[in-house]
Design a protein. Structure first.
Length: 307
């Protein structure tokens, strides 16, 4: 009956809202999350305001090649005399744009197909998951290189390649969570009430599947950043003269005899953005995973009891 109200999914009360408001405190209140948040803040400041802080643009030939830090060039210059701070800022911005866009696409498409396969089951489930198994049979970087080789080099090609590499993992996670949810009472009540499958998936199942997907998205961003750096190192992502961290590392290796500073700067920038995002993702996963919270409480009680 169209007017019959359907059962709502569990975990949507005021207590759940209160738990969400404490996420920021859980992250920043732990050394791991605090260090990660500080690192991300530094990265965002450099990416957003680096070109304004620098006295020269990323494409401007502004000084002697391969110079170290100075009052004119805070991070020195590259092999053509361009300001490294400006170029690092643009490179960080490009890495974050590519990684975030690719990961979100992978989460949306992979998660949707995984939910659909898990809810319908049967042949559809087996077909979708076997397709993802074929994709998972290839190493991530090899598959990404193959996709960019077919579609051509460029930033958006790299986005599609990284997204395609990440879709199977999101699909498997969404399928597993959906198969658990579809047998719960509130979903069965919706089916008995005559609600359509799409309506059940979007209004009842998705709110409970979204949590694990968001946590996995956070922990997948560092991997996407590394993949983007690998593709740009091989010349398969952003093209010159657009700065990218991987391409800068590749160029700098030819000048190690003259100076190591040119190589160190993009490596440190890549390390900072990857580790900072990874620390926040790990802390979120650790703080919001009920199983991990229960394990930590059990360990603390056990150690307190034996002390």
């Amino acid at each position: 009956m169209a007017g019959t109200p359907t059962a709502g999914p569990p975990g949507t009360g005021p207590g759940d809202a209160a738990a969400r408001t404490g996420v920021l405190r859980l992250v920043l209140g732990h050394p791991t999350g605090f260090i990660g948040a500080c690192g991300v803040a530094v990265v965002l400041v450099i990416a957003l305001f680096g070109p304004m802080l620098a006295q020269h643009g990323p494409y401007e030939l502004a000084g002697d090649p391969l110079t170290g830090p100075s009052s004119t060039h805070w991070l020195g210059t590259d092999n053509l005399g361009r300001d490294l701070l400006s170029r690092i800022a643009v490179g960080l911005r490009m890495s974050l744009i590519v990684a975030l866009t690719a990961t979100i696409i992978a989460a949306v498409v992979g998660g949707a197909l995984g939910m659909l396969a898990g809810f319908i089951g049967g042949r559809t489930d087996r077909f979708v998951m076997r397709c993802w198994d074929v994709v998972l049979a290839f190493p991530d970087i090899i598959l990404a290189i193959a996709i960019t080789a077919v579609l051509g080099s460029g930033m958006w090609t790299a986005v599609l390649a990284i997204a395609a590499v990440g879709m199977p993992s999101f699909a498997r996670l969404a399928r597993s969570a959906t198969r658990t949810e579809r047998n719960l009472d509130y979903v069965l009540a919706d089916l008995v009430a005559g609600a359509g499958r799409v309506n059940i998936l979007l209004r009842s199942v998705l709110p409970n599947v979204a949590g694990p997907l968001v946590l996995f998205l956070m922990t997948s961003i560092p991997h996407a950043i590394i993949l983007e750096a690998g593709l740009s190192y091989l010349g398969l992502s952003e093209q010159a003269p657009t700065p990218s961290l991987g391409a800068m590392i590749n160029t700098a290796r030819n000048y190690l005899v003259e100076t190591v500073w040119f190589e160190i700067v993009p490596i440190v920038a890549l390390f900072l953005v990857t580790v900072s995002v990874m620390l926040i993702g790990l802390r979120l996963s650790d703080a919001l995973d009920p199983a991990r919270r229960y394990t930590r409480r059990a360990i603390r009680r056990g150690s307190g009891g034996t002390a």
